[in-house]
Structures are given as C-alpha cells and as structure tokens.
Design a binder for this molecule. Structure first.
Ligand SMILES: Nc1ncnc2c1ncn2[C@@H]1O[C@H](COP(=O)(O)OP(=O)(O)O)[C@@H](O)[C@H]1O
Ligand SMILES: [Mg+2]
Length: 301
C-alpha cells in the first residue's frame, strides 16, 4: 500500500507539470463541481442530486450528474435507466468517458458508476490516467454544473470524493442520529480541509420549524466548536410523492412537479445556483486527481 501511495504521489506530481495541466488551466471554465453527501445513509442524497440536476437543467444549465456511490449505484435506477456501460468500463480501457455518458430526462447527462471505481482509479497507469483526465477536461468544458452523488458516511471511498470537493452539500434528516452523523462529516471536513465550503439541506422534515431547528443546530454547533461558518440552505418536506416517485423510477420533479417536495427542491436548487461562493472554483480535473491521491493515502493508513 505504501508503494502504491508513493507511486500515486509521484504520478500526481508528474501530472501537475504535464500538458494536461496546462490545457486544464488554459481552458479553465466556470463549471461548478458540487458533491452531495451525508453522514447517515438513506437520507435522500440521490433524490436530491437527481432533482437538483433536473431543476438546474430547466434553468438552461448544462448539467452532468456523476454517480460516485460505488456501493449502491442508483442514480440510473432513480431515472429508470439501465446503463450498459459504467465508469468501470472507462477505467478498464474498454470505453471512453464520452461513450458511456447517458442522456437522461430534461437534457441532463449521466455518468453511471459501477462498483469499485475509486480503487480502479487509484490503480490506473500513467497513460490511462492521462486519458481519463483529458476526458474530464472535455466534460468540464461541456458543463455548467457537475453534481456528484456519493455514498454515505466515513468509508474511504466516500471520503475521497468528499475531501476532494470544493463545494459539499450535506444532506440530513431532522433525526438526532442523522444530525450527529452530519456533524461528524462536518468535523472531518473541518479537520482535513482548509476553509471547507459546506451547505446543509434538511430532508424529510415534518414541517419548517422542525427543519429549521435541525439546520440551525448544525450551524451553531459548527460555529461554536469548530469556529466554522456553514450555510443552512433550507429543507425538503417529507412527502409521499417522493416515495411514489422512487417506486415509479421517475424523479418527483417530473412525476409530481407541484407537490410540496418538488417545489422545495426547485427553490433549493435555485438558491444553490445563485448563492455561488467565490471560493467555489470547480475544477473537475483537480477534483479527480485529489480523489485518487486521497484514496491512496487513506488506504495506506
Ligand atoms: N422528502 C422525502 N419524503 C419522503 N420520502 C423521502 C424523501 N426523500 C427521500 N425519501 C425516501 O428515502 C429513500 C432514500 O432516498 P435516497 O435518495 O435513495 O437516499 P440516499 O441516496 O441518501 O441513500 C427514498 O427511496 C425515498 O423513499
Ligand atoms: Mg444514494
């Protein structure tokens, strides 16, 4: 493992001075890379990711949804799509990234993950890595927003994606266990990243008061114990239409656009778009370089 991590560091070092880097800098876009995660599982990350993607696309944004939940790759399931190829086929050299991109509803594009992706990413040889980064560069040029749906919690696979991200949306429910796990994730981001850009969304709230209490609790805890400013964006109500939407494999923004959850999701997505922090630099190439680098280091520990 130590060898592998060392090899990765050397690779990243080389890539930093490669033509890929120069091209990345010369074609730097305004693309935002937003990672959606949580402390606890099943809190609604995938539903939020998919519906945010749809809502942003409806605002004319070019959106790419990247499924990075390597355990339960389910963005495609949520959209009722059956991907023939996934990121794994790209990493194995069987397909190019462009070839596996699926056209989803509402004009969004989707990269399905397949399981095991980060490990494979860490194992790429230099040529493969170069090719992968070149493909990311293209993706970045073609996109205004890239949303990355991750798994939950403290697994190294998830952490690599979260720690590599400039912008992190943490999803929680109002339940104490979910809140504590969300705070656990915030603490890790605080420890491992300088000045992390964290936005919290409370999902499945019974009402505004319950949601606001939960959201504000996280803001206050972070300020008091970490001296960290995080943003509470708002909430999505618990809504049976969301459960139906998942069952029908049709995002709620399409199947029930006027239901309370869909209206909230639209508003939150607009806020996310308009409330861009100047620190959100959105460099997809650096993001994936960091993912592999962090993954290598985490594996070594
Ligand atoms: N606002 C909501 N109201 C009601 N049920 C919801 C809501 N959001 C999510 N759910 C339910 O929670 C389940 C888990 O959501 P999902 O997005 O898959 O979570 P995660 O990606 O965090 O594991 C969904 O299948 C759905 O039934
Ligand atoms: Mg999910």
């Amino acid at each position: 493992m130590q060898d592998q991590a060392e090899r990765l560091r050397q690779l990243v070092g080389k890539l930093n001075s490669s033509p890929v880097k120069e091209r990345a800098e010369s074609s730097f876009s305004n693309c935002r890379v937003i990672t959606i995660t949580s402390g606890k599982g099943g809190v609604g990350k995938t539903n939020l990711s998919v519906n945010f993607a749809l809502s942003m696309a409806s605002r004319g944004k070019n959106v790419l949804l990247f499924d990075a939940d390597l355990g339960l790759a389910n963005v495609d399931v949520m959209l009722g799509m059956i991907p023939k190829y996934t990121l794994l086929n790209v990493l194995n050299g069987q397909k190019t990234l462009q070839e596996i991109i699926l056209e989803g509803p509402g004009g969004i594009r989707l990269v399905a993950s397949g399981s095991g992706g980060v490990q494979e990413l860490a194992d790429l040889n230099e040529t493969q890595r170069g090719r992968f980064l070149e493909a990311l560069l293209d993706l970045q040029k073609q996109s205004d927003v890239i949303l990355i749906d991750t798994g939950a919690g403290l697994h190294p696979n998830v952490l690599a994606f979260v720690l590599a991200a400039e912008e992190v949306v943490i999803v929680t429910t109002p339940e104490p266990t979910a809140l504590m796990d969300a705070y656990g994730m915030i603490k890790i981001l605080y420890r491992e990243k300088q000045n992390p850009l964290i936005t919290v969304v409370v999902n499945m709230a019974s009402n505004q008061a319950e949601a606001d209490e939960a959201g504000k609790k996280l803001v206050i805890l972070s300020k008091r114990f970490l001296d960290l400013e995080i943003k509470y964006l708002g909430f999505v109500p618990r809504d049976p239409a969301m459960i139906r939407a998942v069952r029908e494999q049709k995002p709620v923004l399409i199947s029930a656009p006027l239901c309370p959850a869909a209206v909230s999701l639209g508003n939150l997505s607009d806020q996310l778009l308009s409330g861009k922090d100047p620190r959100a630099e959105g460099d997809l190439i650096n993001f994936f370089k960091k993912v592999t680098q962090i993954f290598g280091v985490k594996n070594k520990r």
